[in-house]
Design a protein around this ligand. Structure first.
Ligand SMILES: NC(=O)c1ccc[n+]([C@@H]2O[C@H](COP(=O)([O-])OP(=O)(O)OC[C@H]3O[C@@H](n4cnc5c(N)ncnc54)[C@H](O)[C@@H]3O)[C@@H](O)[C@H]2O)c1
Length: 346
């Protein structure tokens, strides 16, 4: 099936009003000012302000794209994609509240529309890049041995959010398998399992914003940071700029289709996060260790680390910042904003 390519290149970005989506939109607008950007977002957790601020932060100019304030569940994707013939489709919209336990709702939003989008992109030969998650891993054996997660270790998620993302990967894998039987060439679909993402633009995620964000605000308010006993949990933390760069790289014609980890490949303990924030704020606050609630213990990911060897090879991308540098930089930025806001209030 062929599509009519309009003269002006365009991109569809679902979830473009969210934390990562808005950063991606701004970068796209800056790097391809002639491209038309179509954001599909129902503003359930996103906001216009994320887009405005993200564009301002990197001098991308005022947002000049189109907003479709629809739910991804309500659109008929086949004609929409055929009509716009985007240069690439970035699918980031999702229920991102990992504490949402309504299983029907989670799968109806996170998985079902994706299947339509996948079919429509494949049929129209449109490159598709989508956000999967480290939550697809749950706690694999590598978490016990403290070794980076290879992509084939996923599939035992510990919550319905992770399960909804895992089902996206299953569907993609199925498409790859059937394509190899039919044509020996894989459609341009790249699934990226984002690990713990932090950085500018996440404030409106509220409770779901990163630990780095929450701990910095606690410490700026003069309170000791509260972390689970004894701060030894380790997570793969990655700055949003690296996430954006890799997501864009995944849409390039040179990218190899597949499902990849998108993390820094480095673990950071919760104690390390506090140390980094102390360094940024020039403080010496000690953590208040709190016990983990009983009901969280079994499903808590106490260790995550992305094996990014396949990602770097297939997408030609490498992280530009180490988590420790990026945490200090980000906490410093948050401190400046905090001081500015408190000065304006007084
Ligand atoms: N932030 C992280 O650490 C992280 C980690 C792993 C995966 N991810 C994935 O990355 C993507 C972006 O996450 P984020 O951190 O920017 O979260 P976010 O909540 O800020 O962004 C999600 C966006 O999707 C929109 N949305 C939700 N349901 C929708 C629907 N039915 N129709 C249209 N739009 C809808 C929201 O309004 C929001 O703008 C998500 O798919 C998320 O699962 C994020």
């Amino acid at each position: 099936m062929t599509t009519t390519q309009p003269c002006q290149p365009c991109y569809i970005i679902t979830g473009g009003a969210g934390f990562i989506g808005a950063n991606l939109v701004a970068q796209l607008q800056k790097s391809e000012p002639d491209a038309r950007l179509y954001i599909v977002d129902d503003f359930s957790t996103g906001s216009y302000a994320n887009i405005v601020e993200a564009c301002a932060r990197i001098d991308a100019g005022p947002f000049a794209g189109t907003i479709m304030p629809d739910s991804i569940t309500d659109l008929n994707w086949q004609p929409a994609i055929m009509g716009l013939a985007p240069k690439a489709f970035f699918h980031l919209a999702a229920i991102t509240n990992t504490l949402e336990f309504d299983e029907k709702k989670m799968i109806a939003v996170n998985t079902e529309p994706f299947i339509d989008i996948l079919d429509a992109c494949e049929e129209s030969s449109i490159p598709l890049v989508y956000a999967s998650s480290a939550a697809t891993y749950g706690t694999p054996p590598q978490a016990e041995t403290h070794t980076p997660f290879p992509t084939d270790a996923a599939g035992n998620p510990s919550n319905v959010y992770g399960f909804s993302k895992w089902l996206m990967d299953v569907q993609t894998q199925r498409l790859f398998e059937s394509s190899l039987i039919d044509s020996a060439t894989l459609p341009h679909v790249v699934g990226l399992r984002y690990f713990n993402v932090f950085g500018q633009g996440e404030a409106r995620k509220g409770k779901m914003a990163s630990m780095i964000y929450h701990l910095t605000l606690q410490m700026l308010a003069g309170n000791n940071p509260k972390i689970f006993e004894h701060g030894q949990h380790q997570r793969d933390q990655i700055h949003v700029d690296d996430i954006v760069a890799c997501t864009l790289a995944a849409a390039k014609p040179t990218a190899k289709p597949g499902i990849y980890n998108l993390g820094s490949g480095i673990t950071t303990t919760f104690n390390d996060i506090v140390d980094g924030i102390n360094q940024a704020l020039n403080t010496n606050m000690s953590p208040d260790y709190i016990p983990m609630p009983e009901e969280m213990i079994a499903s808590y990911q106490h260790y995550t680390c992305a094996d990014i060897s396949e990602t770097t090879e297939a997408l030609g991308w490498t992280p530009q910042q180490t988590p420790s540098e990026a945490i200090i930089q980000y906490a410093t930025e948050l401190a400046h904003e905090y001081l500015k806001a408190t000065a304006t209030q007084s």
